[in-house]
Design a protein around this ligand. Structure first.
Ligand SMILES: O=c1ccn([C@H]2C[C@H](O)[C@@H](COP(=O)(O)OP(=O)(O)OP(=O)(O)O)O2)c(=O)[nH]1
Ligand SMILES: [Mg+2]
Length: 151
């Protein structure tokens, strides 16, 4: 296990009293984050749920916002943009964009764990434009091209 990075966090006024995002167990990959507001999500509805926190993620890292499987399995609650990307230069409030894919209305209450945050390194890249690409076995094949028997 690599040493944890330190992420500066600012508690916003409406985040008063909420727990910091935290790992539920020693081996958890994601830190559970809780809602800072009450929201009733109708079937098919979506909402950017306040968390009450803002961050300064160190350069070279991101936070990925991922759904919780329990909410997904039991209630059809997910994130339409999963994994959400929190940029290192974002200083606004972390919001969790939630969608209700279930058939019943779902009540999110302040303090409920609604998503999990995974800190990850970011490999920066740049493009080099070329006239031709090199040949490969796959070539132009994609979208289910492998393992298809011909004849
Ligand atoms: O689930 C999310 C996703 C994004 N953000 C914030 C942090 C992120 O750094 C910023 C921009 O996100 P993204 O790049 O995914 O959105 P965009 O549609 O490309 O907006 P922008 O033009 O602001 O980058 O919005 C959240 O709070 N929650
Ligand atoms: Mg963007």
């Amino acid at each position: 296990m690599t040493a944890p990075i330190t992420i500066a966090l600012k508690r916003l006024p409406h985040g008063e009293g909420l727990p910091l995002p935290a790992y539920a167990t020693d081996g958890a990959a994601g830190m559970d984050v809780v809602a800072a507001e009450d929201v009733d999500l109708a079937p098919g509805g979506r909402h950017a749920v306040a968390t009450g926190f803002a961050f300064a993620i160190p350069a070279g890292y991101e936070i990925q916002v991922r759904p919780r499987s329990g909410l997904a399995l039991k209630h059809g609650i997910s994130l339409p943009n999963t994994p959400g990307t929190i940029d290192s230069d974002y200083r606004g409030e972390l919001k969790i964009i939630m969608i209700n894919l279930g058939q019943d209305s779902f009540a999110i209450r302040r303090g409920d764990r609604i998503a999990q945050l995974v800190a990850a390194p970011v490999q920066m890249a740049r493009f080099s434009e070329v006239p031709e690409l090199d040949d490969t076995v796959r070539g132009l094949g994609g979208f289910g091209s492998t393992g298809v028997k011909s004849g």
